[in-house]
Design a protein around this ligand. Structure first.
Ligand code: GLY
Length: 354
């Protein structure tokens, strides 16, 4: 267990795994007892996000200080990446599917209202996180996909735009030309050589001083995916999850591997049982490995893909874990601790790749 694990002394009633400083309260939820550890509210604002979310958590910090709602703040934060043409993993400028079409996925949850919203395979709209929030706010549904999701967005005045930038179109053309020798596209020079297919994404999880929690994840998904492919980001309980009594968690990386363990939900459940955020993320990664098919494991049984989790509890403690370090050390995640927005090192499950 890492340094931020709970010590024995911090536990009371080990049979129930309830953390000291936490108040055991079995919530009578409409006659059904929910075995919830009620963690004390943070007393300060905090946020955690993937490494591309430094500006996002900075924005969240500013907005929470003005009393803005946690989900509104989270969406405003990730919108910065969605609208940034240089971030090829999210929104405008995101890498397209194998046919050169950008298809976006996003989901969100709002702790205070216990509501969720999501969109998948959304084309032509730069800010899928906002459309997901509109599904949450204005419909009786949770997930809208494809053409229906686009028509829903257009009905609210979202503008349909070409989401390919020159940079992302050129990357796609190079990939198409170089993907194999058995087709009719002639190879071209490619200095970037995308060895691993990018699965970048932004996840942002927020808690305010009152202990209100929200989460959002948005992505252009796996680059060069089969059209119609939906990753983990728009799946409630995988790409992100909020439990108003516990905290929130989300993910970036290979979505298919996260979906199989419902990683956002599982990470929150580990925190419910008393784990600190970093340990909860590591525990979820162990479950991912246990659920990985042979073809995606190396000879030592380690995954050949990347996956990261980010978590925050209602008390404002946050953490993140990744399967592996990067070439230059541990991957980083972004966090706002009530004072400062900064990058931190992720914990890693394995100290090196194969
Ligand atoms: N985690 C992003 C995706 O797999 O689509």
């Amino acid at each position: 267990m890492s340094a931020d694990s709970l010590t024995r002394r911090e536990f009371v009633g080990t049979a129930t795994g309830v953390a000291a400083g936490a108040v055991l309260a079995v919530t009578p939820a409409r006659g059904i007892e929910a075995p919830a550890v009620h963690i004390r509210p943070a007393g300060r604002n905090a946020a955690v996000a993937s490494g591309n979310g430094l500006r996002a958590v900075g924005k969240v910090g500013e907005l929470l200080a003005q009393g803005v709602d946690t989900l509104d703040a989270a969406v405003e934060g990730v919108k910065i990446q969605e609208l940034d043409p240089e971030d090829t993993s999210v929104g405008y400028g995101g890498l397209p599917n194998e046919e050169g079409v950008v298809q976006l996925d996003a989901s969100c949850m709002h702790g205070p209202s216990r509501r969720a919203g999501a969109v998948a395979c959304l084309e032509g709209i730069k800010t899928p996180s906002v459309v997901a929030q509109y599904v949450l706010l204005y419909t009786n549904h949770i997930l809208l996909v494809g053409e229906g999701a686009k028509r829903f967005a257009l009905s609210y005045g979202f503008k349909e735009e070409d989401l390919l930038t020159e940079k992302s179109r050129q990357a796609w053309l190079r990939w198409r030309a170089n993907r194999g020798t058995a087709d009719d596209w002639l190879p071209v020079a490619d200095t970037e050589q995308m060895v691993a297919r990018p699965t970048g994404t932004i996840n942002c999880n927020v808690v305010n001083a009152k202990g209100e929690v929200s989460s959002v994840t948005t992505t252009s998904g796996l680059a060069w995916k089969i059209p119609g492919r939906v990753g983990d980001s728009p799946i409630i309980g995988a790409g992100q999850y909020t439990d108003p009594d516990v905290g929130a968690a989300g993910s970036t990386g290979r979505g298919e591997s996260n979906i199989k363990v419902c990683g956002g939900f599982l990470t929150v459940e580990f925190m419910r049982r008393g784990m600190k955020p970093t340990d909860a993320c590591l525990e979820t990664l162990k479950r991912v490995v246990a659920m990985t098919e042979q073809r995606l494991l190396d000879e030592r049984g380690r995954p050949t893909f990347s996956l990261n989790f980010y978590a925050i509890n209602k008390n404002g403690e946050f953490g993140s874990a990744s399967l592996f370090p990067g070439r230059d050390g541990p991957p980083t995640y972004a966090a706002f601790d009530g004072q400062t927005a900064a990058l931190h090192d992720c914990a890693v499950l394995y100290d090196r790749r194969a």
